[in-house]
Ligand binder design. Structure first.
Ligand code: MN
Length: 722
């Protein structure tokens, strides 16, 4: 007998569920594809067209719609033949054409890694790129046929493709509920990846096959009889065995082969859910159930919506046997999953069908919290709208928010990479850092050691992460205030020893000190002092500064002079001078100190002690002799409820409403806004100067951080003076 040609098998299959018109349409598609692949030969030695035909058969077996079958036949034409998408669209319509394009696009993704963590990302990338679920189904059918003919490829390719199938494609088919495809993909992969274990299990399964089959058969008969007596219509069948799942069970549970419960199993298919429970009752009444083996996936479906009752009972000859009970509909969903959902339903309401099924997949992914097989954990992400999946040059996948740019990617890879990046290449072409990422992009970031962030970056960095890193870099550049603070401490301390900073800075002993401590220059040294990384005392000691002058001498004279002037109303001064209360003081207008600030006092002639912030120019720039009039001051512990004016400078990218946004947050923080001016800077930036009334530094920190949260604000700081 002559075997039927495979294309005929396909057409016969299709005529069982498609209209005659559709079948002849597919026949045309077949002729077209055959012509396109003419002269091409598969590794197996057969004409290339046989591959798309087999793929279409796999799709027809699960009754996919006519466009999907057509796209299955055409799936390799864009890649391997001169046929264009436009041509397919002209001849066979845009639906088929875009499916073929989708499959071609996915075919270009190279799944290069073995890392488990990456595998999950690849699976998500795959789904996100597909855009149309039918593309995923075609790709899975394509992969299944390639796995069936894997033996014709080199061993190296066999290993790579089998690994990829087991890591990416089999779990994907599980996630889509397509158990039918999954088992075959797993067993085929398993046979290439671990041929010894595969053979061993195959031998074990084969060895007692006859025994088992007769056991299953007689058990099946008993159940059929039983249900017939009770008038339940049903279909009972034995269940096929999957070598890979047996392998995993042997590995995980460390049980003996003979102890595997589900080596023996039957499936009972009934018409309704009440029937399921009824059948369960009958079976439990006749055969002793094994405790802990009953699972009700009807009441509690698996995350991929699998539904069934599972139980294991002591069957004939004392052998445990697993029984699965479900409705015909549940069976369809269990075997074909999303493809069952996708089955040919006629041409009407195509649009709606798409929407429903996308929602369905999204639901699967969102509901998926845990799963016995462990593939579905922690998937909360809305794949199709929120994320973009891109590759490093090495092939690692990074997931970013949709709309992310190359710059966000750079910061995602590493903060240093972000801060030092100068350019990027995406899929081999040079792109600006503002380039918006697309699924599947392969990105190479160029960095330069000397390169620094640009303010303009903030306008196209999308992620919070990148933005905050850029902002904090700019804040750090604003260290001058702290440098000044440190300089004052050093300068003042030196003055106490009668040493001038200018002379000290260039002295051999200080230069040596810097070298020894690996400090670049005085400013860095000052910064370290301000941050408390270096104590002023250790500078003094290491640089052998000696002969301290009596600083307090001036102060005592001052106190003697002013003691008579002390008045009652000055008892409430917020500042203590050298630990004493009630000394006449005033807060300097040049730097507006507020409670909480680091402050120093300066003995004025005739106006008491003026209190400045550490770092104020008016104190920093004092000549050496005046330094001896500097005194220690501190804030009072118990503060009154007075508020003090504070000036803040805000650097930002100018935009409409920037000012009103800033005003809003200040008013919301319920502080008084006294003054506000703005002045444009270079590069579209603006500096906004505000004065607000505050009680203490604690409030200032809060206000600063709320202003920082205003969009497009780069930094907020108090000017050193004014
Ligand atoms: Mn193919």
């Amino acid at each position: 007998m002559i075997e039927k040609p495979r294309e005929q098998v396909l057409l016969d299959l299709l005529s069982t569920y498609l209209s005659n018109d559709h079948v002849s349409y597919i026949q045309e598609v077949y002729e077209f594809a055959k012509e396109a692949h003419k002269g091409q030969i598969r590794r197996s030695g057969r004409d290339y067209i046989m591959h798309p035909v087999e793929v279409a058969i796999i799709l027809a077996e699960i009754q996919q719609d006519v466009s999907t079958i057509a796209a299955g036949l055409l799936h390799d034409t864009l890649e391997d033949t001169p046929v264009t998408k436009e041509r397919i669209s002209d001849v066979f319509g845009s639906d088929t054409a875009s499916l073929v394009e989708g499959v071609t696009k996915l075919g270009k993704v190279y799944f290069g890694t073995n890392q488990e963590a990456q595998a999950e990302n690849y699976r998500k990338l795959f789904l996100a790129m597909a855009e149309d679920l039918r593309v995923v189904i075609i790709k899975l059918a394509d992969r299944l046929h390639n796995m069936r003919t894997l033996s014709f490829l080199s061993e190296e390719k066999q290993q790579r493709i089998a690994r990829e199938t087991l890591d990416i494609f089999a779990p994907l088919s599980l996630r889509l509920g397509m158990a039918h495809l999954r088992w075959e993909l797993e067993d085929l992969s398993f046979s290439y990846l671990n041929p010894d274990a595969f053979q061993k299990i195959k031998t074990l399964v084969d060895a007692k096959r006859d025994d088992r089959e007769s056991l299953v058969n007689s058990f099946t008969e008993r159940v059929e009889e039983l249900l017939k007596e009770r008038n339940v219509s049903c279909r009972v069948s034995g269940r096929p065995k999957h070598f890979y799942s047996i392998h995993l069970k042997l590995l995980n549970n460390a049980v003996e082969f003979d102890e595997l419960y589900d080596l023996l199993g039957i499936r009972v298919l009934v018409n309704s859910i009440p029937d399921c429970y009824e059948v369960l009752g009958y079976i439990h009444s006749q055969f002793k159930p094994i405790s802990g083996r009953f699972k009700d996936y009807i009441a509690l479906p698996k995350p991929n919506f699998y539904q069934s009752l599972h139980t294991t009972v002591i069957g004939l000859k004392g052998k445990p046997i697993e029984v699965q009970i479900r409705t015909e509909e549940m069976e369809q969903l269990a075997e074909y999953g999303i493809a069952a959902h996708w089955r040919y339903k006629g041409d009407d309401q195509k649009e709606d069908k798409f929407k429903v099924d996308f929602d369905w997949l999204r639901q699967i992914l969102e509901f998926a919290k845990e799963d016995a097989e462990g593939y579905l954990e922690n998937l909360k992400l809305d794949l199709f709208t929120d994320e973009v999946y891109v590759f490093t040059p090495k092939g690692d996948v990074h997931i970013l928010e949709k709309g992310s740019t190359v710059l966000d990617f750079a910061f995602k890879v590493h903060t240093e990479v972000g801060l030092n990046c100068i350019g990027a290449t995406v899929n081999g072409s040079i792109v600006p850092l503002s380039y918006t990422l697309d699924n599947g992009d392969r990105i190479f970031i160029r960095t330069g050691k000397e390169s620094e962030p640009k303010v303009a970056w903030l306008s196209f960095a999308q992620s919070r992460h990148a933005k905050s890193k850029i902002k904090s870099w700019f804040r750090k550049q604003n260290n001058e205030e702290n440098v000044q603070k440190g300089r004052v401490v050093i300068e003042r301390t030196l003055a106490e020893y009668g040493v001038k900073l200018k002379a000290f800075e260039t002295s051999d002993i200080f230069v040596e000190f810097l070298e020894k401590n690996n400090i670049k220059h005085l400013d860095e040294c000052a910064l370290m002092v301000a941050y408390g990384e270096l104590s002023i005392q250790s500078i003094i000691t290491q640089c052998q500064v000696s002969q301290k002058k009596d600083v307090t001498k001036n102060y005592r004279e001052f106190l003697d002079k002013t003691s008579k002037k002390r008045r009652k109303d000055q008892m409430y001064s917020p500042v203590k001078v050298m630990g004493e209360e009630g000394v006449s003081t005033h807060l300097a207008k040049c730097c507006n100190p507020i409670p909480g600030d680091d402050i120093i006092g300066f003995i004025t002639i005739g106006h008491g002690v003026s209190v400045h912030r550490v770092g104020c120019h008016n104190v920093t720039d004092l000549s050496e002799t005046l330094y001896t009039r500097v005194v220690d001051v501190e804030w009072h512990d118990h503060m009154d409820l007075r508020s003090y004016p504070v000036c803040l400078h805000i650097e930002a990218f100018d935009r409409p409403e920037l000012m009103s946004d800033i005003v809003k947050v200040i008013l919301n923080s319920s502080h008084n806004l006294v003054e506000m001016t703005s002045q444009p800077l270079k590069g579209g930036q603006v500096i906004v100067k505000i004065t607000i009334q505050l009680e203490s530094l604690i409030y200032l920190t809060k206000v600063k951080s709320t202003i920082m949260d205003v969009r497009d604000v780069i930094c907020v700081y108090r000017p050193k003076t004014g």
